[in-house]
Every structure is written in C-alpha cells, then in structure tokens.
Design a protein. Structure first.
Length: 248
C-alpha cells in the first residue's frame, strides 16, 4: 500500500497548469508530438505490443493504435482517462502502476514506455514500479527529469546513474548505442541483459562509450523530429513545453 493516494493529485487543475500553464488538452499539438514519437519508436524497434505506464490522456496509445500497434495504457488519474479519445478508452485503465494489470490486458509486451512519470512516485513506490516494468517487457523506455525540483508532485527526482543502478539490479542494462533523445535528453532505454557477469557488463559499457559521447553532443536534435513549420502558430506554446523539459 502506497503512503499517498496519487489519484487525488492529478486532477483538472494539475492538467490545466501542465507545462507552465500550456495545458494538456491542446489536442493538435500533443497528438502531433506523440504521433512523431510513435513513428520513431516503430522505426527503431518495430514493437507489436506496447504498454504506456502513466499514459495520461492516452495520446501515445492512440498514436500507436492508428499505426497498427497493439498498445495499452494505464494512469492513476481518473480525470486524464476520462478525457481520452473515445476510440482509445477500451485500451486504457484508470489504475495505479503499483497494481496488477487488468484481466483484458496482455501480461507481456515488446516494449514498456513511461514518459515523465516515475519521478511522481515516492522512492519506495518507484522501485516497486520498476519491478513491474521489468516483468512486463525485456525492453523499457523511460524518461524522467533529473533537475526539476520545483514541481511539488516530483517526489523522487534522480540523476541517470540512479536509474541505471536500479535497473541493473534487476538484470537490465542501459543501451548507450541507441539515440533516444527524440523524447528528451533525460530518456533511457533499458534492455534485459544476456549476462550480468562482471566482465560482460564492463565490455557492454566500454563498447558504448564512443557512441554515448556522439549521442549527447547534440541535445537539441530530437526537436526536429517533433515539430515542423506546420505548427508555427503553436510557437509560444512549444517554447513553454521545451522550457518545461529543459531544452534551451
């Protein structure tokens, strides 16, 4: 049992103030953004099944569904799930990520995605959710702010080495060879390791060092994948969102 009822926090007021007042119900912008994210994920990993943990209004689940990917989403916010597109609601569930998946959801997926969710949990709950994630898929893609301490709902803001450590303890290693900054600079792909032998782990990371340096030399690269001139009228809103996710 969690020490807090997270469901009471993520209500209309929270989503109205999301992204420094930009809001979360600007469907055109968010649909476009998550459609691009879905396109890149499909191109990179070609998943047949995806679970989005902390799916909010279900934008990413909806995008995957329109592209033929069997996708599902869970979120603790009743308000968010109620405001999802009607066509995607059958594939969403208002529930805590700490609870068991519904009977009508698959129990294993090609990919688990969780975007800016896990820092909203107290540490002990976050660790329990990691247990859930690694039981659902052999590939987990998460993003989590590493410096936004101002948001009062950010109960567990951590640097990347913290998440690398926690996933490694579950037999999952960070993939440094794949550029996942199309979501944000603080995005990490964890994959189930074939071996956790010390020498195999050292070899895994040594081979990835050069690629890692190349990836993080261009922190703004992911922006071009998300926005084009068709959204020029959204420029003020886009600036607010980019500021929120720490891209200057």
């Amino acid at each position: 049992m969690s020490k807090i009822d997270y469901s009471k926090t993520y209500n209309k007021s929270y989503y109205d103030d999301y992204s420094n007042g930009a809001g979360y119900e600007n469907n055109k912008l968010w649909e476009y953004m998550f459609s691009n994210i879905a396109d890149i994920i499909i191109q990179k990993y070609n998943p047949k099944t995806v679970l989005d943990i902390g799916c909010a209004f279900g934008y990413l689940v909806h995008a995957f569904r329109k592209k033929g990917v069997e996708s599902y989403g869970i979120d603790v916010s009743e308000y968010a799930i109620n405001h999802a597109d009607e066509s995607v609601k059958p594939y969403l569930k208002n529930m805590s990520a700490l609870d068991e998946l519904p009977e009508n959801f698959p129990k294993h997926y090609d990919l688990v995605v969780s975007i800016e969710m896990i820092e909203h949990l107290y540490e002990e709950d976050g660790l329990k959710v990691i247990d859930k994630m690694v039981s659902y898929a052999d590939k987990v893609l998460i993003s989590s702010t590493d410096d936004d301490y101002d948001d009062v709902t950010h109960f567990n803001v951590q640097k990347k080495e913290y998440w690398v450590d926690k996933f490694a303890r579950k037999g999952f290693l960070r993939n440094l060879e794949d550029d996942v900054t199309f979501i944000s600079y603080n995005t990490y792909l964890f994959e189930k390791a074939e071996s956790m032998d010390l020498y195999d782990v050292i070899n895994h990371y040594e081979k990835s060092i050069k690629i890692q340096k190349k990836i993080y030399s261009k922190p703004r690269q992911f922006i071009n994948n998300l926005f084009n001139t068709k959204l020029i009228r959204f420029k003020p809103l886009v600036k607010k969102i980019l500021k929120t996710i720490h891209i200057k």
